[in-house]
Design a protein around this ligand. Structure first.
Ligand code: PLP
Length: 391
């Protein structure tokens, strides 16, 4: 008999009752160190007092009015995003998938409005942009698309790291290129800064729109507000979600005026997108992340964690191959099945997240302390030792 919940997830037999900072408690009182942060969502940890305050204050005043009316909290959040990024304008969604939908629609409409027949969107193998029909067509993998055809046409996937294929494909007929500056689900695979700069140049030469998917790597995770800032480039359109709501469902599409000018009244919408509850939390998240010293501290924590992980890999060569990623978006490429390590981490009362390419992701709250980093490294060391004894 099919379970009451559609069985699309492989769930660990764990259930949590309460969270605080980097820690979660099960109903029997066992404490787990959360190095997954709800897949890069709880960027400020669990139950951050300022976020709880922002949400409950808004909840007592007003939950929802719809986008038929002005929403001051939405206006405030949009202005903050415009002030702190490349963007001239923002549209609010409830998830990364919805941000992907709008990014793709905007890119195509941009060319339709110009009267140029550009519809092709280039994407990359190993990408993850969400689970809608458009997002799976963009990613193109058999795992995500099998049985869901006919797929939305107009996407072409390029091999990861194949510069020649990219240069050949990126012609003046291409509407947009979509990519994650650091592939998350794909196994923590960063695009080197010089490649991002080269891609920006190619897009400029051909007029192609550059869509960056910063749903996982954005919102402070790399030590800058957005990952592309390290390369010194800006996109035309950017997808945001996950960390921006700190655990409350919120996403956004940020864009330049040129890319977004096609999106006039009636061309897109969302009932919940940008609702007062989500925007009150989002504005507090941005305020805290852009406060003096916050992102520097992320960088320091990241350096400490990475250094510890390099040592771990050196000490357990039969278990680990390498450390990948930047900031607090790190991956351990494993020599044993990654799911074995995730299970051993559970046994050590620590949550980590598997990714493709046999990688285990470490994406803790950005507020993780030095002591918690030490505890994570200690638990990983114990998990690796247990795995060595098992083989
Ligand atoms: C999680 C994720 C998405 C999809 O976001 P949802 O909120 O699950 O719809 C899209 N792109 C990237 C890079 C992601 O990590």
């Amino acid at each position: 008999m099919i379970p009451a919940i559609l069985p699309t997830y492989n769930r660990a037999p764990l259930s949590f009752e309460r969270g605080e900072g980097s820690w979660l408690w099960t109903d029997d009182g066992t404490r787990y160190l959360d190095m997954g942060a709800g897949i890069a969502v709880n960027a400020l940890g669990h139950a951050h007092p300022a976020l709880v305050e922002a949400l409950t204050t808004q909840a007592q005043a007003l939950w929802h009015v719809s986008n038929l009316y002005d929403i001051p909290a939405q206006q405030k959040l949009a202005q903050m995003l415009v002030d702190h990024t490349f963007a001239d304008t923002a549209f609010f969604t409830n998830s990364g998938t919805e941000s992907c939908e709008l990014a793709i629609k905007m890119a195509r409409k941009h060319w339709a409005e110009k009267g140029e027949p550009r519809t092709t969107i280039l994407a990359f193998e190993g990408a993850f942009h969400g689970r809608s029909s458009a997002a799976i067509a963009a990613a193109g993998s058999e795992k995500m698309t099998k049985g869901f055809g006919p797929l939305l046409p107009g996407f072409q996937q390029l091999r990861w790291g194949d510069h020649d294929a990219l240069t050949a494909a990126l012609t003046e007929d291409v509407a947009a290129v979509i990519l994650e500056p650091i592939q998350g689900e794909g196994g923590i695979r960063p695009v080197p800064d010089h490649c991002l700069r080269g891609l920006r140049e190619l897009c400029d030469k051909t007029g192609t729109l550059l869509i960056l998917d910063e749903v996982q790597c954005g919102m402070g995770r790399t030590g800058r507000l957005f990952a592309h800032e390290w390369a010194g480039i800006t996109p035309d359109i950017m997808m945001v979600a996950k960390g921006i709501g700190g655990g409350f469902p919120l996403g956004a599409v940020l864009a330049t005026e040129d890319a977004a000018a096609c999106m006039t009244a009636g061309t897109h919408g969302s009932t919940y997108g940008g609702n007062p509850l989500a925007c009150a939390v989002g504005a507090k998240v941005i305020e805290l992340m852009t406060a003096d010293g916050f992102l520097d501290r992320v960088g320091q924590a990241a350096g400490r964690l990475r250094q510890g992980l390099e040592g771990l890999v050196a000490n357990h060569p039969r278990i680990f191959e390498e450390v990948r990623g930047t900031g607090l978006l790190l991956g351990l490429k494993c020599r044993v099945p990654n799911t074995d390590l995730v299970a051993q981490n559970y046994a050590q009362h620590m949550l980590t997240v598997p990714a493709a390419d046999n990688v285990v992701r470490l994406l803790p709250p950005l507020t993780i302390t030095d002591d918690e980093i030490a505890a994570a490294l200690d638990r990983l060391d114990k998990a690796a030792t247990a795995l060595e004894q098992a083989v």
